[in-house]
Structure formats: structure tokens, C-alpha cells
Design a protein around this ligand. Structure first.
Ligand SMILES: Nc1nc2c(ncn2[C@@H]2O[C@H](COP(=O)(O)OP(=O)(O)OP(=O)(O)O)[C@@H](O)[C@H]2O)c(=O)[nH]1
Ligand SMILES: [Mg+2]
Length: 372
């Protein structure tokens, strides 16, 4: 962006003039901030609309484009708007489901915890280990097909170092499912040996499938059962209630709605959930999440390769722009100057793998985390 300071007449470059100019900028900065606050829509407005409204408030107006200082202020203010507001989207059914789930946990023998392979640690619910106590927990990292082999191997090692032999699964195709059934059957044998020693009749193993929204829990249940009993669709919040389903007498499965922690302060993890469509779209601003996605992939070891794919796909070189600018430039180029549509396009292409197989997080980012 061009600086107006170079073009200023000599009189404006004296210390006194500079001081007054700074004061003027401070006043303008406060005015912009105040306008953003005042025009904030009522609290019940969705996160997405609120985010969009704020972004409009804090945008450069015509004639301000060359003002470098004001541009800085605007950038600061925009940066202060969170891309994802999880609190705003904590649907009532999740709170209810969490309560019901905790009540049911005492009746199950094992827990199948499903994570999203594109962000296995951002889809970790920190309270689950405490809720399930000493019951066996099998970690299923789903969406195997959406993550490259090297990333899968690195994550498998990461979990193994922390005592968990994770199972990679594909809820659509069924990869990994026979292994899960095998482990459930082994546990069933143990339970029933104990029961028969006490003179009790054998019973099926009871397993609950839990995890964040849209990670593929219901799809996996359908695969485990070999028929479609649970509703499964590409959006978060499909399963609304806990429901038991039975597999051929050996295993009973409990399908649960996706759960997220009530207080979720990690903005980076929240952004990854938004990128993966694992939280409701009302909680985020597409253009900002798409910009965060571009920044995330830029920092990956395969960042250059992904950048090439993005540039080729949209015929716009991603290396020439800062992330948010790129989303806007894409909007200008292809989508009627609508940055939100550009954001949606990028996110959709990531989610449908049009940009390739991408794992958004790296084990080394969680090297300091002992609990998984
Ligand atoms: N590519 C791919 N898609 C998957 C996989 N597993 C599930 N899906 C798809 O992901 C979408 C979400 O799956 P669901 O089974 O509804 O997810 P869920 O965890 O039950 O979601 P909620 O009930 O909303 O919490 C569906 O469109 C599935 O077809 C997988 O391993 N790979
Ligand atoms: Mg479901």
C-alpha cells in the first residue's frame, strides 16, 4: 500500500504537524472502533452475520486506500475479530446429549472415540478420559482417505508413544472396521467368561461411539453393522439423540450426537474445526476461516505443493498475496467481489479434497501434550 507521508508538503512534515497528524489518527482509530462497537448487531444475531457486519464496519472506505496508518489500524481491528466464535454456536442439543451420554456411560463396556484424521488433536475432547474412567477406550482416527500416508504414519507414532494403538478408519468404505470388531469381540469374550463364572448368561458387548460433530461416527456405525441404521450426512449436528443399534448379537452400539467442550478457548483448534466442517457454520466467518486455512497450509511441510494446486485451480497465484488479501482477490476475480463466497469456495474445495489430501496439524505441534 502506498504511503501518503512521502507525498506530504514540507509543512506537514514538521514535528508539530506530525504530532497533530498522529492525534488525528488516534481520533479516527477510536471513531472506527466505536462505530464497530455501536453497530454491533444484537447478541442473538448469528456468529456469521455478526462477523460479517463487523468486517464491513472495519473496512477501508473509498479515499482511505492510500492512508498507511489507517490501513494499519483497520488491519489491527480486523485481526481482533475472531474467525470462529464457538460459544455463540453451542447448540442446546449438544448440552442435552452430553448429559445423556454421561448417564449412559456407566452402562457401556467400551468407548469408541472417533477423531477427524485431518485434525486428530483439535477433535480431542479433554473431558472424555475423566468421564470414562477405567473403561477401555479405542481411538479411531477416521477419514483415513483424506490424509496422506506419511501423515498417518507420523500420527500413529505420536499416539503409540503415548500408549494408544490407534485405528485408522474410513467411515464410507469400511477400512479398519474389521479390526474394530475384532477388538470388541475380544473384550466380549473376557466379559462373558467372567459372567459365566458367576452363572450368568452371555450378553453382547456394549460400545458407545463418541466424538466431535461430523467426524463420521454414524457412518462408522453403519459400517460396523453392515447396513444403514444411523443417519449420516456431510454437516455437523445430524445425530440429535443417543440411540442403541445392535450388531448380529455380539456387539451393541450406541450412536451419540457430536459433542464439543462447552468452553473452547483454543482459537487455532476452533479454526481447524471450522475448516473441516466439524462445527456449525453459524459460528464462523468463511472468508476469515479460509484465510486461516491458507495460512495453515502455507506452514505445512507440503505447503509449496498445496500452494501450487491452489494457484492452478483458481488461476491466481497464492504466493503473491497475504492470506486474507487472496480470499478477497479470488472474490474479485471469480465471485462477484464477494469474499464470503470466495471463502466458501476454498473451504468446499478443501473438504471435497479438490485441493488434495491435507492433514491440517502436525504431531510436533503437540509434542508437549502427554494426554491424548
Ligand atoms: N471421505 C470420507 N468421508 C467420510 C468418512 N466417514 C464419514 N464420512 C462422511 O462424513 C459425513 C459425516 O458423517 P456422519 O457419520 O454423519 O458424522 P457424525 O460424526 O455422525 O456427525 P454428527 O451426527 O453430526 O455428529 C458424511 O457425509 C459421511 O459420508 C471417511 O472416512 N471419509
Ligand atoms: Mg451422527
Amino acid at each position: 500500500m502506498k504511503s501518503t507521508a512521502c507525498a506530504a508538503p514540507a509543512a506537514l512534515r514538521t514535528p508539530a504537524a506530525q504530532h497533530s497528524r498522529q492525534q488525528q489518527h488516534c481520533r479516527r482509530r477510536l471513531a472506527v472502533a466505536a462505530a464497530a462497537q455501536q453497530q454491533r448487531p444484537p447478541a442473538k444475531t448469528t456468529g456469521r452475520r455478526r462477523g460479517k457486519a463487523l468486517l464491513q464496519d472495519v473496512a477501508l472506505k473509498p479515499g482511505e486506500q492510500d492512508d498507511e496508518l489507517l490501513a494499519d489500524v483497520v488491519r489491527d481491528l480486523r485481526g481482533g475479530i475472531e474467525a470462529v466464535n464457538m460459544v455463540q454456536w453451542y447448540p442446546g442439543h449438544i448440552a442435552k446429549a452430553e448429559k445423556a451420554l454421561r448417564e449412559q456411560l456407566s452402562a457401556v463396556d467400551m468407548v469408541l472415540e472417533v477423531r477427524d484424521g485431518r485434525c486428530p488433536m483439535s477433535t480431542r475432547h479433554p473431558q472424555i478420559p475423566a468421564w470414562i474412567g477405567s473403561k477401555p477406550r479405542l481411538l479411531l482416527i477416521n477419514r483415513k482417505d483424506m490424509v496422506g500416508e506419511a501423515d498417518r504414519a507420523a500420527w500413529t507414532r505420536f499416539f503409540a508413544e503415548r500408549g494408544h494403538a490407534v485405528q485408522w478408519t474410513n467411515g464410507n468404505m469400511g477400512d479398519g472396521v474389521p479390526k474394530v470388531l475384532e477388538q470388541a469381540a475380544q473384550l466380549g469374550e473376557k466379559i462373558n467368561t467372567k459372567r459365566s463364572a458367576r452363572g450368568l448368561r452371555p450378553r453382547p458387548v456394549r460400545a458407545v461411539v463418541i466424538g466431535f460433530p461430523n467426524v463420521g461416527k454414524s457412518a462408522l456405525i453403519n459400517r460396523l453393522l453392515g447396513r444403514r441404521v444411523a443417519d449420516s450426512a456431510p454437516k455437523p449436528g445430524v445425530t440429535r439423540q443417543l440411540r442403541w443399534a445392535r450388531i448380529g448379537g455380539d456387539v451393541d452400539l450406541l450412536d451419540a450426537p457430536g459433542i464439543i467442550p462447552m468452553s473452547f478457548k483454543d482459537q487455532i483448534a476452533a479454526q481447524r474445526l471450522a475448516m473441516c466442517n466439524d462445527i456449525g457454520e453459524a459460528s464462523y466467518v468463511d472468508s476469515l476461516v479460509a484465510a486461516a486455512f491458507l495460512a495453515t497450509v502455507r506452514a505445512l511441510p507440503s505447503g509449496k505443493q498445496i500452494a501450487r494446486r491452489i494457484s492452478e485451480r483458481y488461476k491466481l497465484n497464492v504466493e503473491d498475496y497475504q492470506e486474507e488479501e487472496y480470499v478477497h482477490a479470488l472474490g474479485d476475480r471469480m465471485l462477484n467481489s464477494e469474499p464470503e463466497r470466495a471463502g466458501q469456495r476454498i473451504l468446499k474445495d478443501f473438504r471435497t479434497q479438490a485441493l488434495g489430501r491435507i492433514c491440517l496439524e502436525l504431531p510436533q505441534q503437540y509434542a508437549h501434550v502427554p494426554e491424548v
